[in-house]
Design a protein around this ligand. Sequence first.
Ligand code: NAD
Length: 348
Amino acid sequence: MLTRLSSPGHEDLYRVEDRESGLRGYIALHSTRLGPAAGGLRMRVYEGDDAAIEDVLNLSRGMSYKNAAAGLPLGGGKAVIMGDPDHDKTPALLRAMGRAIDSLAGRYWTAEDMGMSPEDMAEIARETRFVAGRDQGMHASGDPSPVTARGVMCAMQAGAMRVWGKADLSGRRVAVQGLGHVGWHLCLMLHEAGARLIVADMDAARVASTVKEFGAEPVAAEAIHAAEADIFAPCAIGGVLNARSIPEIRAAMICGAANNQLATPEAAELLEARGILYLPDYVANGGGIINVAAEILQIADREGWVADRLSAMQANMAHILTLAAAEGVSPAVIADRMVEEQLLAQAV
Ligand code: NAD
């Protein structure tokens, strides 16, 4: 059922198949140098196997970076199931994936990602103990979004310190793109911190609720990146920082939860050239994996441990920004370099 494929640059890539349940997918282990590879399980329709492989390899590599940047003793891995979660997901299919994960004997820990729910994780847990992101049981971590939002706040304060000389966000205008799980919690915290909110979402009801709850100013979804704001916080989709959007950005700083905000590595250079401070996404949004890690590592004092990790993440972000300013390069370059050095040091 598990077939090992060649995958240069990654430790392992497996094809997962189960005829009976119709399961087709992949598990990629980018690196286990810092600890067991951890990263979510995604279910979505792919154009074909090549697209699924490309996705799982990119995502697992991204998890190595995110886990290392968060200072966690975890490596990077990811799994994908090819199919429509609304139509093709069955308990048998999930359990077959659970058996595949179990056969890796703890080298890979899964959790929720796109197309998966805590109930699905519970189904997978019937076959393996190497699953987190559950909402019941010892050490269950539940919805990571509030902790992700807390982490983004911490990162934003580190950025504010560098741009304006004080971490305080009161009176700052923050343009939040995407008012879902993370975006909504971020709006709540920013509102409590005295920031002024400018918001956009494709879902009009979500916009209406932030207008009502927090006095936010709504703008069209296609215009949020260009809002007259101090901070732009992408919390919806990836690729929003690109050659078309960057010349229109008016904010002095970008800090949000969305994964893969930079459409290309050159986008970081464009932001740098415009004097816009970009806070590397995988550092800023590390709160979610910190929350999941507390479950994987079975931390007894979850609250205290998570708070310590978020403080360490904030200090790490401040350090990245200081180095970037000293070298005159994008913080994205510094963050990548720091993680790569960390992975290399562990290999020796
Ligand atoms: P979500 O699906 O709950 O919310 C996303 C929101 O963005 C939805 O309200 C959606 O309507 C809106 N949206 C989609 N396209 C949009 C567009 N073009 N313009 C404006 N709004 C748009 O997702 P989430 O859990 O809040 O995650 C948000 C982002 O943060 C994602 O990129 C996710 O990968 C990343 N992230 C989330 C977590 C977490 O803990 N949930 C952790 C790390 C990273």
